[in-house]
Design a protein around this ligand. Structure first.
Ligand code: GRG
Length: 306
């Protein structure tokens, strides 16, 4: 993929598939998916089927995070420009580096899926990735245990990289996920209606995983602290943008396109970005938000403002 990118780069040719980031790393993404299935093998039958549930072919989700991380690896492993003499990585070194970065993509997806399993229990969700959520199929208890199991396997893979900086970055992300979810569950009315609180919560809940794993890719590539910080900022902004769009899709998407019920956030009383913007324009909406959405009439009322 690296050489493909360079060929296009040198000739400045813009071809259709260059514009599709997923196709640039499609083959490698299949490797990551196969590896993920192998990483959740266990001799405990119930745990095996629970853990495999969302790593089955066809229910793998968008694999947005692994895609971003593989692309980030491509960008950061290129020879450093304006460097004289040019630093070229040896083939064996490149292969080893790339497989360590693939490992970050796998760990990130495992942490993500673990958080989805726990989230669906907390939200009593019934659909995920277009099929019944695991809590519906196997019950809350096994869903929680399956999430714990995935986290444990992610930790083992992380330790195998033998890089303490990377270990502490991704370990901290797990705390951020928990913090973001807790902030969402325990808010005062003022906090729920504040954009600052929303951005902080969204960093913890969604952007931290993407930004810190982008930074980990840069660290493994041996990049400078400055480049690692740029990779972090890129992942942070991408993660925040991802959640903003996810929030909009909660209102505009269909259950088929979302793989879960539409309006599921609003039904759980979550004040999403469109609602925050609408509240700025229509202060009356605040009273409806404060009253809550257990009363379905309030959902219809709020939708009128959106
Ligand atoms: C056990 C790690 C762990 C955490 C517990 C429950 C919890 C704390 C955190 C939940 C965090 C959460 C679910 C954030 C939402 C992030 C998000 C935008 C999910 C949707 O991601 P997509 O659209 O999903 O990429 P797919 O299915 O495509 O992978």
């Amino acid at each position: 993929h690296c050489s493909r990118y360079q060929i296009h780069h040198q000739t400045s040719s813009i071809v259709e598939d260059e514009l599709d980031p997923f196709s640039l790393v499609a083959d490698e993404l299949s490797l990551v998916s196969n590896k993920l299935r192998a990483m959740v093998v266990t001799e405990v039958p119930k745990l095996a089927s629970a853990a495999e549930y969302f790593f089955k072919m066809g229910v793998e989700g968008k694999r947005f995070r692994p895609t971003v991380l593989l692309l980030m690896s491509t960008a950061l492993n290129l020879p450093i420009p304006n460097c004289s003499p040019p630093i070229e990585l040896e083939d064996t070194l490149t292969t080893d580096l790339r497989s360590r970065q693939q490992c970050i993509a796998e760990i990130t997806e495992m942490i993500h899926v673990a958080s989805l399993l726990h989230d669906d229990v907390l939200d009593d969700a019934d659909t995920r990735r277009g099929i019944g959520s695991l809590n519906v199929v196997m019950g809350n208890k096994l869903s929680v245990l399956a999430g714990d199991f995935l986290l444990s396997r992610a930790c083992v893979a992380l330790a195998s990289l033998k890089n303490t900086e990377v270990v502490s970055l991704l370990a901290k992300v797990v705390e951020h996920l928990v913090t973001g979810e807790t902030m969402q569950m325990t808010t005062t009315s003022d906090q729920r209606c504040s954009m600052e609180h929303y951005m902080q919560k969204t960093y913890y809940k969604t952007a931290s995983l993407i930004s810190n794993s982008c930074k980990a890719i840069a660290i493994l590539a041996g990049q400078t602290a400055e480049v690692a910080m740029l990779a972090f900022d890129y992942g942070k902004n991408l993660g925040l943008a991802f959640q903003l769009i996810d929030d909009v899709l909660d209102f505009t998407g269909t259950s088929a396109s979302l793989g879960k019920g539409s309006l599921s956030d609003i039904c759980h009383g979550i004040v999403t970005a469109p609602m925050l913007f609408a509240m700025e324009e229509f202060p009356h909406l605040r009273a409806i938000v404060d009253e809550g959405f257990e009363n379905h009439k309030n959902i219809d009322l709020a939708l009128e403002y959106l």
